[in-house]
Design a protein around this ligand. Structure first.
Ligand code: AMP
Ligand code: GLY
Length: 423
């Protein structure tokens, strides 16, 4: 079968690498892909939101399965587009339709869903510009730090955490009245600050049956010791050492099951991944957010640990037989460290030649922002490469990633040297 992956990051390279290993796969296509996906798949120069061009490619290459990497095309309705098109509705899309994608596309919708289905999360209230005064009054009643969230997609930048009440009110006004995050902050969720350690839970589901994939923890801040600006993710580890049987059980009973039940009750059809951002507050899992796709860089540690034929798993989502498959998980720890461009997550340059890739050993290199230029591989984004290794524990796995990172270079290359520091 021919399979198309939509996206261009480390997540999509990892998915392409894993899908390529399935005996069910004939050719893997990636739109638009990167220099890494070009080595094992066919890149198509198509943007993730260009549904008409995607349709043409699907028909031309007789593609039978589409895996949607990033959230934007899902929120824009790519799965509905396939379902409503007579020439495309036989294609299995791994990714929810618009209604389900609203769990990521609107934080207010997600919070309402959690409240309705008794899913543990921070206390909150939502406000629009007309309700600014009520917003101020709500902030007056809260304790610092204050958490303000733009309702819509804001490329990971829409969450502000502020220590000062005055500043929180100014920011609330900037978001609601001055459109600080454009239309994404037409509604703002104000919520209670939760203190604890975060982790990521990934669920593959068809809206009725589900599989919980390996837990992972990512490191979002640019600076060591979790300091500085937020990034797309600087590294990840799976499994998560503090998730024992008891905590995993709580996550399944208190969060995953009510989430799946909630989808059913609300008549939300959902084929794809639910990425539940969790925080461990005194031994209890609380939901920070839902995403409707795999995480990046978590995919770079989660998928290498899945031993199953993933194409068979995706087919089981499509035909309702997930329950008949048992997940087989590599018990070793996988860790990934991301090499980023100098300056990222602020302004950075592209087009720097990457050297030394041929000398990497015992480590999987997944490309994120790379492109081929003549015979060389160049940087083409903020996050450039993910170095994934296995070990008996996260220290051992990380050591391999760090050893291999020293073998490669590009001008301005930066990476965090303390992934796993808090475990
Ligand atoms: P989100 O986009 O909702 O995942 O928020 C981005 C980041 O902000 C999260 O990964 C957390 O580190 C932090 N965050 C969000 N909500 C809260 C909260 N209620 N309490 C503490 N930290 C939060
Ligand atoms: N690693 C966080 C994300 O993919 O959003």
């Amino acid at each position: 079968m021919n399979i198309l992956i939509i996206g261009s990051g480390g997540r999509e390279h990892t998915l392409a690498w894993k899908i390529k290993q399935s005996p069910k796969t004939t050719t893997v296509f990636v739109a638009p892909g990167n220099a890494g996906t070009a080595e094992l798949a066919t890149n198509l120069p198509i943007g993730v939101s260009d549904f008409d061009a995607i349709k043409k490619a699907v028909l031309q290459h007789q593609i039978k399965m589409v895996i949607v990497g990033p959230e934007v095309p899902l929120v824009e309705g790519i799965a509905d587009f396939f379902e409503n098109d007579d020439q495309l509705n036989h294609v299995l899309v791994i990714g929810p339709k618009k209604h389900g994608a609203t769990l990521e596309g609107s934080k207010d919708f997600a919070k309402e869903f959690m409240a309705k289905h008794n899913i543990p999360t921070a206390k909150y209230q939502s406000f629009t510009a007309e309700q600014l005064e009520q917003g101020y009054a709500f902030l007056d009643k809260m304790k610092a730090p204050y958490v303000l969230k733009a309702d819509g997609l804001a490329a990971g930048k829409g969450v502000l955490i502020l220590d000062d009440l005055k500043e929180a009110k100014l920011e609330l006004k900037a978001m609601l009245v001055d459109s600080k995050f454009g239309s994404a902050s037409t509604t703002v969720v104000v919520e209670e600050f939760l203190s604890g350690i975060e982790l990521s839970c990934f669920v593959l589901t068809n809206g009725e049956q589900y599989k919980i994939l390996p837990f992972a923890k990512d490191y979002k801040r640019i600076g060591e010791g979790d300091t500085g600006l937020n990034t797309g993710g600087m590294g990840a580890i799976s499994p998560v050492p503090f998730v024992d049987k008891d905590f995993a059980n709580k996550i399944e009973e208190k969060v995953v099951k009510p989430t799946i039940e909630g989808l059913k009750k609300d008549n939300i059809q959902f084929n794809g991944f639910i990425f539940i951002g969790l925080i461990n507050v005194d031994g209890e899992p609380l939901v920070i957010e839902y995403n409707v796709r795999m995480g990046d860089p978590e995919t770079e540690v989660v998928f290498p640990r899945i031993k199953n034929d993933v194409v068979a798993l995706f087919e089981a989502v499509g035909n309702g037989t997930l329950d008949s498959i048992a997940l087989e998980i590599e018990p070793k720890t996988a860790s990934t460290v991301i090499a980023v461009s100098g300056g990222y997550p602020e302004a950075y340059e592209k087009g720097k030649v990457i050297t030394g890739l041929e000398s990497v050993e015992e480590t999987l290199v997944f490309h994120a922002g790379t492109k081929t230029n003549n015979n060389s591989i160049e940087t083409n984004g903020g996050r450039v490469l993910a170095f994934t290794s296995f070990g008996n524990n996260h220290q051992e796995a990380l050591e391999k990633s760090y050893q291999n990172l020293q073998k490669i270079n590009f001008e301005g290359m930066n990476y965090r040297k303390d992934i796993g520091f808090d475990l």
